[in-house]
Design a protein around this ligand. Structure first.
Ligand SMILES: [Zn+2]
Length: 426
């Protein structure tokens, strides 16, 4: 009696898991191939795509039908550069003193929802307070809704570097100089310890600030910040722990050290010259352009008093560089991944990046592939980024042809992640 009850319970739960959904896709972009497939049925069971068939197949009473027969269906997008905890605004510098982790957590939940509803079913978070990593775990457990997250936890910086959390503070409120435990490290040994500490705290990737940056309270915006020995130590320690390294870099010297040191991605790459592009190709390093962040800080800098005085000239100089450099790097054959730096601008506006990539010469289909199959491969995740049998059902759609008007991707009408629907506008 008891055993049969257990079997019945088990069967029942299997039926729930194996719930079948059929999606009629009028137009399908699979994330890998260059052709647009017409009139296709996607079959989803549980969280997985279990079949792709030609034509619109009939559904039974037990199956759910989603009619996207007039829409353009794609894999869920992946953004390689997001800061999910925060959103930049005029009051950002003050918020460093007024917000605690609980405040950031509530904000992060709201940002995650907006990101997912914009069609981004996976993100790599490139630096926060640790809320980013906790949010990843809460989303994985199903406690809150949001994209899949790969987290670097906290960024690593040299003392006084771009990601030193006390940069620009009065000495009397610094308490103590932050050390490798909080992501600030100098010299090979401290750098190794800092990597191990982030992995201990749950990091999936390591992020370093290889050069100065725009938004930190410091005059320099692009100078080198780690030595090549330090970068090599970070990359090698990461390798031992199974994590790869992303490097924030604006200036050439720091960028070249990062590439030679073995990082996997260069973030921004603002002042990348031809010699550095050749180096990128030689080492197989990816550029994550973040054009949207560049254009957004350049716009904000034109508003008087928006940034502290020390930041304004940097934002005006570096911001507009990024799109130009991306265009040149793409034409030179540098590997490109899709990433926006959302958080520097409004969460949920990530798809603006597609438009800015296409504006300087990348074909729409290739931009979509960057944000899907290319990024999935970079994350070494063979379950996302392509619409094919066996992958997770992370599926999005827009109403009109994005290959004719790339801004269509800024108006997503359908979002499914892990087989669950989060958005459906008819
Ligand atoms: Zn960033």
């Amino acid at each position: 009696m008891r055993v049969s009850f257990l079997i019945a319970l088990l069967l029942n739960s299997l039926i729930i898991i194996a719930q079948t959904t059929v999606i009629h896709c009028g137009n399908l972009i699979d994330g890998v191939s260059d052709d647009l497939k017409r009139d296709v049925s996607l079959i989803v069971e549980g969280n997985t795509i279990t079949g792709i068939e030609r034509g619109f197949i009939e559904t039974t009473d037990n199956e759910t039908l989603i009619d996207l027969s007039n829409a353009f269906v794609m894999p869920g997008f992946i953004d390689m550069h997001v800061h999910i905890e925060s959103e930049y605004g005029k009051d950002s510098y003050l918020k460093k003193f007024t917000l605690d982790k609980a405040d950031k957590a509530f904000q992060a939940v709201s940002n995650a929802k907006m990101t997912l509803e914009a069609g981004f079913t996976t993100i790599r978070d490139l630096g926060g307070s640790g809320v980013n990593t906790a949010l990843r775990d809460a989303i994985n457990k199903g406690t809150v809704s949001g994209p899949r997250i790969y987290s670097v936890n906290k960024s690593l910086a040299i003392t006084g570097g771009h990601a030193d959390p006390t940069n620009g503070y009065g000495e009397h409120i610094m308490c103590a100089t932050p050390g490798p435990e909080s992501g600030v490290c100098d010299g090979v040994e401290e750098c190794m310890k800092a990597v191990r500490q982030q992995v201990k705290l749950g990091a999936d990737w390591i992020k370093i600030t290889a050069t100065a940056g725009v938004l930190s309270i410091a005059k320099d915006g692009d100078g080198p910040q780690f030595t090549i020995e330090e970068i090599k130590a970070i990359v090698d320690t990461g390798k031992d722990r199974g994590v790869k390294v992303a490097a924030h870099a604006h200036g050439v010297e720091g960028m070249q050290r990062a590439i030679k040191g073995g990082v996997t991605t260069i973030e921004h790459g603002s002042y990348m010259d031809e010699e550095t592009m050749d180096l990128m190709k030689q080492y197989g390093t990816y550029l994550v352009p973040t054009i949207t962040a560049g254009s957004s800080v350049a716009d904000s800098a034109k508003i008087a008093g928006y940034f502290p005085d020390v930041v304004t000239p940097k934002a005006l100089a570096v911001g507009p560089q990024i799109q130009n450099t991306f265009g040149k790097a793409y034409k030179a054959g540098v590997k490109i991944a899709f990433g926006t730096d959302a958080g520097v601008f409004k969460h949920g506006k990530n798809a603006k990046e597609f438009e800015l990539m296409v504006e300087v010469g990348m074909p729409p289909m290739e931009a979509i592939q960057c944000a899907t199959s290319v990024n999935a491969a970079l994350l070494e995740n063979d379950k996302i980024g392509v619409l094919e049998t066996g992958r997770f059902a992370d599926i999005v759609a827009c109403e009109n042809n994005p290959l004719e008007d790339i801004t269509e991707l800024q108006r997503i009408i359908f979002v499914m992640k892990d087989g669950r629907i989060y958005k459906l506008i008819n």
